[in-house]
Design a protein around this ligand. Structure first.
Ligand SMILES: Nc1c(NC[C@H](O)[C@H](O)[C@H](O)CO)[nH]c(=O)[nH]c1=O
Ligand SMILES: CC(=O)[C@@H](O)COP(=O)(O)O
Length: 228
């Protein structure tokens, strides 16, 4: 049976507060989850009420937190080094191609660096980000791909059209993944100006297309190697 992963990494203050009282210290008055109930309750510090944190800590005889990681815990993670046989689609918007093409090149370069075969990659061009969702859904439902990257660049103009396009693109990609069951990766820049976009398409902020490809590989591996 899995138990709680150690809090060492992110809750040192809480960990130092926590002692492990014997069962007669339960606090039934406030209905809060006292520390001692953690022995029965899911071992998550997030269930602690503030009153439980007032509990005076006792040093556990073992000196170990009950939030210790156990060998029984199974961790599933996609591997970026297991790309053999994984197939990808890249949906890329032609609008702002001066940005989307370097994003695409960043993605293809990452696939190459991680040994994804050219024959296992299909690139589909659409007019703009608004069209990405429908195409990603169709590709996902085709059953041909292990993950789909969606690449675009929405750059604010003079009107509120930006908000419509950006929000539609995000919800379209999200819906495509949820409706098709195939990981759809959001590689769409939403920028206030062209400089921001250039910086994220191979400039000083990196290449978001390359990042999206790495995410796609990990997610494709997670689904293919662990979640079937
Ligand atoms: N302004 C941007 C657009 N606009 C076009 C839409 O995406 C869509 O193609 C049109 O509304 C027809 O349905 N697209 C982008 O990708 N980026 C923009 O900045
Ligand atoms: C994101 C957009 O739709 C934008 O580029 C359109 O520009 P404008 O708002 O000036 O029409």
């Amino acid at each position: 049976m899995a138990s709680f992963v150690s809090t060492d990494c992110f809750l040192p203050a809480l960990k130092s507060q926590l002692g492990f009282l014997n069962h007669d210290a339960q606090d039934h008055s406030s209905g809060s989850i006292s520390v001692s109930r953690l022995h029965k309750a899911p071992k998550s510090p997030f269930l602690l009420s503030s009153r439980a944190l007032d509990v005076k800590p006792q040093v556990q005889s073992t000196g170990r937190s009950s939030f210790s990681q156990t060998a029984a815990v199974k961790h599933l993670t996609g591997s970026v080094t297991r790309t053999e046989g994984l197939r990808f689609a890249v949906v890329v918007a032609r609008f702002n191609e001066i940005i989307t093409r370097p994003l695409l090149e960043g993605a293809l370069g990452t696939f190459k660096n991680y040994s994804v075969q050219d024959e296992d990659i299909d690139v589909v061009w659409v007019p703009g980000c608004f069209e990405i969702g429908a195409v990603a859904t169709r590709l996902g439902k085709s059953g041909k791909y292990h993950a789909i990257i969606c690449i675009g660049a929405v750059i604010r103009g003079d009107t509120t059209h930006y908000d419509a396009v950006a929000n539609s693109a995000a919800s379209g990609v999200l819906s495509a993944g949820l409706n098709s069951g195939v990981p759809c990766i959001f590689g769409v820049l939403t920028c206030e100006d062209m400089d921001q976009a250039i910086n994220r398409a191979g400039g000083k902020s990196g290449n978001k297309g390359a990042e999206a490809a790495l995410t796609a590989i990990e997610m494709a591996s997670l689904f293919e190697h662990h979640l079937k």
